[in-house]
Ligand binder design. Structure first.
Ligand code: UDX
Length: 430
């Protein structure tokens, strides 16, 4: 018996999800054809140049370059692969609905096709699969949402908790082929219908966002009653039904997924006639959480007019250069609205910040950002911030005040270094 040759894989849209998908399948021995409409990007990728920061990804792309074919031609993709993983982005529109225009332009190119399967990785509202099916009845359709986290995407892809594969009757050949691709990676494979698969993705992200807003509200109550939210979360998390993940209080969630997906689910429910009350609160709590920092500063400094405030970190979380919906954006605008001068340092999200935050002074190190500052706000828990010489930092600041927006630092240590320390839900300096 001869071994079955690995299935060729097509990827449409070589953004962050598409590139991780392409590189990881190539690393599993599959020939990958990855298509994007951006010719300059395809050109750069063909030379092995990546414009995104994702640990392990450049190495993977370089190592498996001979199996990675980047192209702008849909025909080339169709000629070489049966499974087409759709990884184009679905950004939110002004109404909060997902913008499906890029997905639909891919779908248009497959009109009349009965040879291929469209495997939807882009996050789309429930019902999208059904409507594509109505328009293109001969095309096989599989919903295979992605659950990758930025910063650990390669690890997440190669070691998934679960893989969700949704298909409707008639498309079994396609869902079997997708399952066969993922089986070697381990992790439970959840075979279900298309509508449920679409919903699993939105509900998972909305639940995680709810967990964060919940612990943030607990933190706010802790501040009123003198409890420490990190202790509360530790005690809660040991209950297996609750779990200890996503119970870190802070200055709100950000990124390209949570804000967009929570809003998309809320709109989807509303458009279908159901008012999703809980998600309204989840969103509002997250917005207010970013702004509460201002009160923590004014408590110590009074008016912020003319005060120099240093932001440590700009990215929405560590190990990424992504600033989409980052708390730093609202925070810097609010601080400037209060009349403060904002100076910031991020170890990676620096270049992008110049365009996004033109009125923020960008420092080339944490030390330089803190020099002469009236207050510091730890926005992103980059590991290197824990290593700073806090006693020296206290000496170089005009007022040694720190708001630890991620409860990342050891309060006792930072206080011993001479700082007034404010965490989130951890009690305050007198
Ligand atoms: C998320 C989902 O985890 C992933 O499954 C999905 O595919 C995409 O969206 P990601 O956006 O990379 O992944 O970020 P994640 O690590 O989940 O963090 C999201 C935000 O929540 C960050 O801003 C983080 O700081 C915040 N967060 C996370 C908290 O404030 N508290 C927590 O306990 C956990």
């Amino acid at each position: 018996m001869t071994a079955r040759s690995p299935e060729a894989v097509g990827v449409v849209g070589v953004g962050w999800v598409g590139l991780v998908t392409a590189a990881c399948f190539a690393s599993q021995g599959h020939e990958v054809w990855a298509m994007d409409v951006d010719a300059a990007k395809v050109e750069r990728l063909s030379r092995g140049e990546l414009s995104i920061h994702e640990p392990g990804l450049p190495e993977l792309v370089r190592e498996h370059q001979e199996r990675l074919n980047f192209t702008t031609s849909m025909d080339e993709l169709l000629a070489n692969a049966k499974l087409l993983f759709c990884c184009v982005d679905t950004p939110p529109t002004y109404s909060g609905d997902a913008d499906l225009s890029r997905v639909l332009s891919v779908v248009e190119q497959l009109s009349g096709d009965s040879e291929h399967a469209l495997v939807m990785k882009s996050t789309v509202p429930s019902g999208t699969g059904e409507s594509i099916r109505r328009d293109l009845p001969t095309l096989a359709y599989v919903s295979c949402p992605e659950f990758l986290k930025e910063g650990t995407a390669v690890q997440d892809f190669l070691h998934p908790d679960r893989v969700v594969i949704g298909a409707d009757p008639g498309d079994e050949w396609a869902s079997d082929a997708v399952a066969a691709l993922y089986e070697p990676l381990g992790g439970e494979i959840v075979r279900t219908d298309v509508a449920s698969a679409e919903m699993i993705k939105l509900a998972s992200n909305a639940f995680l966002a709810t967990k964060i807003s919940f612990i943030n509200e607990i933190a706010n109550v802790c501040e009123e009653v003198g409890a420490d939210v990190t202790e509360v979360a530790r005690g809660m998390g040991l209950d297996e039904r609750i779990g200890d993940k996503f119970l870190q209080a802070g200055i709100g969630y950000g990124g390209s997924c949570f804000p967009k997906d929570v809003s998309a689910l809320k709109q989807l429910a509303g458009n279908s006639g159901y008012h999703f009350q809980l998600l309204n609160s989840v969103i509002e709590v997250n917005e207010l959480q970013k702004r509460r920092v201002i009160g923590k500063l004014t408590k110590h400094l009074g008016s912020l007019v003319g005060k120099r405030v240093a932001l440590l970190g700009l990215a929405f979380k560590p190990n990424t250069d992504d600033m989409r919906e980052a708390s730093s954006l609202v925070l810097s605008a609010r601080l400037q609205g209060e009349g403060a001068h904002v100076v910031a340092f991020d170890p990676v999200a620096h270049e992008g910040a110049e365009g996004i935050l033109p009125t923020v002074e960008l420092a080339d190190s944490a030390e330089h950002a803190l020099e002469g500052a009236d207050a510091a706000i730890l926005v992103t828990e980059w590991p290197e911030f824990a290593e700073l010489d806090w006693a020296a930092m206290a000496g170089s600041m005009r007022t040694p005040l720190i708001v630890d927006g991620r409860n990342f630092l050891d309060p006792a240590q930072v206080r011993a270094a001479g700082f007034a320390y404010e965490g989130i839900g951890r009690g305050a300096d007198a």
